[in-house]
Design a protein around this ligand. Sequence first.
Ligand code: UDX
Length: 442
Amino acid sequence: MARIAIFGAGYVGLVTGACFADLGHDVVVRDILEERVDELRAGRVPIHEPGLEELLAKNANRLSFTLDVGEALDGAEFAFVAVGTPPTASGDADLAAVWTVVHSLPQLDQGLILVMKSTVPVGTGEKVRAELDSLGLGHVGYVSNPEFLAEGTAVRDFTNPDRVVVGAFEPEHAERVAALYDGIETTVVTTDVASAEMIKLASNAFLTTRVSFINEIANVCELVGADVTDVALGVGLDARLGPHFLRAGIGWGGSCFGKDVSALKQLAGNSGYHFQLLAAVIEVNELQKRRLVGKLKSQLGNLRGKVVAVLGVAFKPETDDTRDAPSLVLIGRLLAEGAEVRAWDPIAPERVLPQGVTLHRDHLDALDGADAAVIVTEWPQLRGLASPEVRDAMRNPLIVDGRNLLDPSAARAAGFSYEGVGRGSPSVAEPAGTPEPDAVPQ
Ligand code: UDX
């Protein structure tokens, strides 16, 4: 079993640390935030990620947390870099935190391998290698081992990965990093550093392309009276295409997609190539986030003074992460239109909301007297939204379902006006014989 240091106690660092400890390795997680390290030492987990708290507790004897680089590296054979690489103003990846880790490495006697988990532009490994050499750390190895875990399912994704990608300058280093995953059944893709870096960026770009594609199909479905959920089912059954990432909705968000896709577009541009397809994928997503405002206007007319309940603030369910969340763009647009916005989310923090927007933990409070309910995040708690209780609480029983969470005919039968994404025009989707809202028994 190995001794592993992990730089960065965010989603990736903590999940990686907990899962490696669970495989039997000794792990020290180092962060620069004193408060975060204190909390972790006290057994409190600063982020919401299903299964993580239990895993950290279960492996507490093989896990420690520190602010000190020397302590983290004491006896370590591997140092994983799991720090943030947020976008700069130009859309490139900001590698400041990565360089800080590289420059914080002391002169080491031991044969350490630096393993890059953070998402970085292609060519970063080459640059870090050169920097290590010039710092007198030529004996420190470098391996790219990108992370593919998704928030909300991160622990499961680590323990059941579709693949582990290892890109190295020296085959022996690749083998040693791959061996850390012994006990996990998966395909290991061993390649050069630049290709490993590109696999991560290309994967995220492809996933967003699929979602933007199905969102455009949904928009056309609305015009021609087709239902995108059936279309996606039929398309996804083609084994060459597969069923994943074909859920139409309000657009993709999250801490990775936006920054990684933009970083790949910039990387291509900086290298002399205009990545036209990716530019369209991004633009389609920006427009998609704003489309729901048009739907609300067509139902309610001018939005000035209208009360809109935005249901879901997190960028996806089972996380409290609101980075690049479509909800925030929608809320901004609604406020600009003069609407009164109430938000509901079971765990998202209130501080991310603009001034004047209230956050409710009980969705009935947000819906009380509302002119419209907009489903932005497909939290399971919202499945029963089309209930008599909600209908009676709202001033105007309109549901705009940005995630196609509800069954349109059931919602209409329950007395709501309902509009999803790409589910035909209401007149077409309405099955014959569906009772009018006021004909529904109370
Ligand atoms: C993503 C990648 O899946 C993961 O491999 C990478 O390491 C980090 O980025 P994550 O951001 O946690 O993970 O969430 P994901 O489940 O991929 O969803 C991203 C966004 O796409 C969400 O806003 C989600 O609502 C949206 N999405 C996803 C759709 O709109 N439709 C889909 O069919 C799938």
